[in-house]
Design a binder for this molecule. Structure first.
Ligand code: PYC
Length: 323
């Protein structure tokens, strides 16, 4: 099968992909045939993907080829020396900064393709390089970008729910982290949790609350206790496109670790075990980097499929179904 490369804004006939899931959250990596984003940093090439190839993003992750839950990644040449690959993640509504579960899935994909051996490697991303280490049993550790809490106890007015406070933290994406919310974090309650979290995100937007760099806080993370003896806490994470993260969210777990370290609730080197709303677990430890923490997040990923996506020029849903 010939896989054509997309040049000069022409559509490819097809791209080769490898699918995986990490703690239940799916990732689809475009391993060949994707658009040529030219040269430059990963941040510059991400802008190009966003500005010039948004239809391609949508075609790969949206129905009928994907779902709203799917996170996509375009494998590219790295620009940072010492990196084995570059990755630009995207989802049902746009491009992402970084993606923890997706990086664990990417590591499993690269191992599946025979492109990396067990051991330690670095990957280039739009927000800096990250480390991966492949272990036994499908487990991967990701040494994430430096993470930090930028604001504590920020109070907002949530429509229908009154005043609520949370922390703002960076873990490769911006998060609003809420402990005291009165919601039941259980898989049977995800519709209500999603609606509630959307209202929080709307309140942040309405009140002009942003990350420290002015970036939109597009991920909402709720926490509760858990009865799982293998975990320290359970979370629910609303992703930018409205889907909830089936995994504990790698960047969200990093943001949580940054808050715990800032509050002196966990020492660097201690392990935090974050359970997702469906019961999958990531383990995280951190080390200090000035006033930030460098989290290492560990989870398991499984390759679920490998194939070719076709983009027939006569297909009325070639660019996906936007809802
Ligand atoms: O694992 O960092 C993550 C993530 C971000 C969005 C979905 N998953």
């Amino acid at each position: 099968m010939t896989v054509e490369t997309l040049h000069n804004h022409c559509w490819p006939n097809s791209v080769r992909v490898v699918d995986s899931h990490t703690g239940g959250e799916p990732t689809r990596i475009v391993v060949s045939g994707g658009p040529d984003l030219g040269s430059g940093s990963l941040a510059e090439r991400r802008e190009r993907l966003r500005d010039e190839f948004d239809d391609f993003r949508a075609a790969v992750v949206l129905e009928p080829r994907g779902t709203d839950v799917l996170v996509g990644g375009l494998l590219v040449e790295p620009s940072e020396p010492g990196c084995v690959a570059g990755i630009i993640f995207f989802n049902n509504v746009g491009v992402l900064n970084m993606c923890g579960h997706g990086t664990i899935g990417l590591a499993a994909t690269l191992a599946h393709l025979g492109r990396v051996d067990k051991g330690v490697h670095r990957l280039d991303t739009p927000v800096g390089s990250v480390g991966i280490e492949l272990h036994e049993n499908n487990e991967v550790s990701v040494e994430n970008v430096p993470s930090y809490r930028s604001a504590k106890n920020v109070t907002i007015e949530v429509e229908g729910h009154g005043t609520l406070s949370g922390d703002i933290a960076w873990g490769g994406n911006w998060f609003f982290l809420v402990e005291d919310h009165g919601q039941l974090i259980e898989v049977g309650n995800v519709e209500r949790l999603s609606d509630f979290s959307r209202l929080i995100r709307a309140a942040l937007g309405r009140e002009g609350v942003t990350g420290a760099d002015g970036g939109e806080i597009d991920h909402i993370e709720l926490f509760s206790a858990t009865d799982n003896p293998s975990a320290d806490s359970r979370n629910f994470v609303l992703c930018p496109g409205g889907a909830y993260d089936r995994s504990p969210c790698g960047t969200g777990t990093s943001a949580k670790l940054a808050c715990l370290v800032a509050d002196g609730k966990i020492a660097p080197g201690e392990t935090w075990r974050q359970e997702s709303v469906i019961g999958s677990i990531f383990e995280a430890t951190g080390k200090f980097d000035g006033d930030k923490v460098i989290p290492t997040v560990r989870g398991a990923a499984y390759v679920t499929g490998e194939g070719v996506l076709f983009f027939d020029s006569t297909d009325p849903f070639r660019t996906g179904i936007s809802t």
